[in-house]
Each structure stands twice: as C-alpha cells, then as structure tokens.
Design a protein around this ligand. Sequence first.
Ligand code: ATP
Ligand code: MG
Length: 417
Amino acid sequence: MLKHGEVFLRGRNRARFEELLHHNLRHALRQLPGATWVERGRSVTMVGGEPELDTLVACVRRVIGFNLVQPAVRVGSTVETIGHHAVEALRRVWQERSGGSGQISFAVRAKRRDKSFPLTSSVLAATVGERVCRETGARVDLSSPDVELTVEVDRKGSYLSWTRLRGQGGLPVGSSGRALALLSGGYDSPVAAYRAMRRGLACDYVHFTGAPYTDAASVYKAYALARELNRFQPGRTLWVVPLGRAQKQLAVAGAGRFQVVAQRRLMARTASALGQRLGADALVTGDSLGQVASQTVANLAAVDEAASLPLLRPLLGWEKQEIIDEARALGTADVSVLPDEDCCALLAPRQVSTHARVTDLQRVERRLELDELVEELLAGAWSLEPGTGSPCVPAVDSSGRRASAGYDGRGPLGSEV
Ligand code: ATP
Ligand code: MG
C-alpha cells in the first residue's frame, strides 16, 4: 500500500503528476523478476505480485513521490474477517520481535473509505482492538504503541497493515522537467543529482575526464554512480567529455590562479550546450557554499556567468557531514570513496583564487576560440547507458575512433520523460 506524497498539493496539475508517478512506478516494477499488478486509488496505490514481499517493498521504496510504504494483507470487508486477521498479524509481529514472550502494546487505527461499511471508523477500531486484546493478551496503548495495526476499509476489500516504512517522498521524477547533472567522482554531485530528482527533475548526467592525461578510473566511477542514481528514476544517460586538452589550453593561455574557475566555466558552457541539445531545462552541480576555495560566492557567480542554462545547486547550504551521511544512505558513498584521478586536480595551481572576477577570466578566455572549443568538446563526447548494463567503456574501432559513440550533435536523445 503506497501513500502518495506531495502530489496532493498539485491542484489542477494533479492528474499529470499522478500519471508520471505511476509511469515511474511501473518502470521500477518492470525491473523485478515476476509479474506484478498495480491498482490506482485517489491517494493510495496498491501494488502486489509474484516477487518476494521484501523485494517488492525495497523496489517501491525507491520510487520518488510516495511518502509511505505499508506492507499489507488484503482481507474481506467484514468485522469478523478483519478481527481474525488483526489477531494473526499481531501474533506474527510479536513472534518476530521477541519470540512471543514479554509484553507488547498495540493500537488499532481504522479508516473507512467505503462509507457503506456498517461501522464507523472509531467503532471498528474499538471492536477489533477488543478482540485482539482478548485473544492475544496484548495491552492497548493508544499514545505510543509498540505495534500499530491499521485497517483501511475499501470497496474491493480491506487492507490490514502492521508497519509503515518511509518512502522517498518528493515529487515524481519528470514533473519539474529535465536537467543535466554534472557528476564528478566525489560525494557531493551524486547527492545533488538525487536531490534534484526528488524535486521532480529527470536527470541525465555529464562527466568531464582529464583524458588523455588521466586514466579511465573516473569514468568507471561516474558510470557506477549514475547506475546507483538510476535506481531512483527511469534509467537515463551518462555523457562523458574528455577535457584534458582544453584544460591545457587554458593553462597555456595563462589562467594561473584562475585555472580551476576557468575550467568550471568551460564545464558550465559545455554542459549548457549539451543540455540544450538534450532538452534539459537546467544544470545541477554539487557545489556547497564555502566548502572549498573554488566555491566562494564570487567564484560560483563567475561560473554562473558562463552557463546559458540555470545552474541549480541543491547542496548550497549543506555541511560536508550531512552530504556524506546522505551519500551513505543512497549507496553512492561506496563508489565515491574509491580513488581516481580527478580532472580538476590536473593543472590545479598551488593557490586557487577565492575571488575570481569575470573580467579576469574573460581576459584568459579571449585567447581561445571558445565557441569552437565547446563544439570540439561535444564532438569528442560519448554516451553510456548505465541503467541498462551496457559496457562501461565505448567500443573503439581499429582506427582508434569510437565505433558507435561519437556525439553527432543532433540530439535530443533519451526523451521518454
Ligand atoms: P564532488 O564531491 O561532487 O566531486 P567537490 O566537493 O569535489 O564535489 P568540486 O570539485 O569543487 O567539489 O566540484 C563542484 C561541482 O562541480 C561538483 O559537485 C560537480 O557537480 C561539478 N564538477 C566538478 N568536477 C567535475 C567533473 N570532472 N565532471 C563533472 N562535473 C564536475
Ligand atoms: Mg570533485
């Protein structure tokens, strides 16, 4: 039994939000072994099928837009049947928690969605509670019970549930549009991408590597991170852009203390151009204010100035520990912790300017053909589909060119949401 989250607040857009929510749910269920079914109600969705309950629960808990996930049994809508199953459920939970020994307290909460049911919610709760008390010896505690038995009476049957698990909450992925998330190998950017998804943005990913001056480790990491993140949305694409030569050009142009910010501006420019071709409405980064020298207000503003799409920073006000905790909960931390050669470390000056001015950066950039450079970078980009388990590294044909991978600049690709 899945309870819808903020879809509630959507007024006239509600139907569109619910459509997306269920599209995403069905997509997630299709990844499971065995047939499943979905029954849509007004603020509740029922899901069931062949997969093991634990598998099913873990799967639906990852679907963004559901607040609560309640494993439940469907029983007939008579007081007798509901009471019988409530007794069974409490015995089972008691057994699981303490082998049936000691004391256990419970409360029954009833909701009557089918108004033709003969008892009111409170009378039903009291009747069922009395029977559970009598037949199991458990103690009633309405304020802080060990077990909360909930009964929801519906026209097609009643649902009895004994536990509530938190879902992801948030808005259905895709309901706020699309974004391109800049994914590096660290802790921050995957958490930022996830947070953007939770506000309804379907995210493609772009990773810049220091290739040809760095090895493929960072690409493997980005691929693994995108794969983890795709568990929360219908699978999307990872773009890889080799940036090494362009970084060298910036260094040769005399970027000096501005090298890191100049690289970030180039990333913002390139990602904006790619994002526009993919139909993205925004970019997402893992910047957090003041975390490192390159993330001061002045430096972030200098990067904004180079982006032609809105640049969103969901983690702006987060502390590092909060970010790491969330990365652990998401499952991305295990990947982020692995070593790689970060392209930003390549050619990084000993001291990074904390107050880069746009005019200083433009002076360096004027020495390059920026538009051509961005086109070259996109022409050298390639895409991977982490959600579908395709190989991590693009096939390279005998001439050394990537066989199927070159970005032909025609986009938009992957436009199913
Ligand atoms: P992260 O933990 O995400 O790597 P960070 O603390 O290392 O972040 P920076 O290296 O300053 O921070 O990067 C800030 C943001 O810029 C990243 O969160 C990411 O969104 C983007 N970014 C940095 N490097 C890359 C890269 N190589 N490819 C794609 N995006 C990048
Ligand atoms: Mg980084």
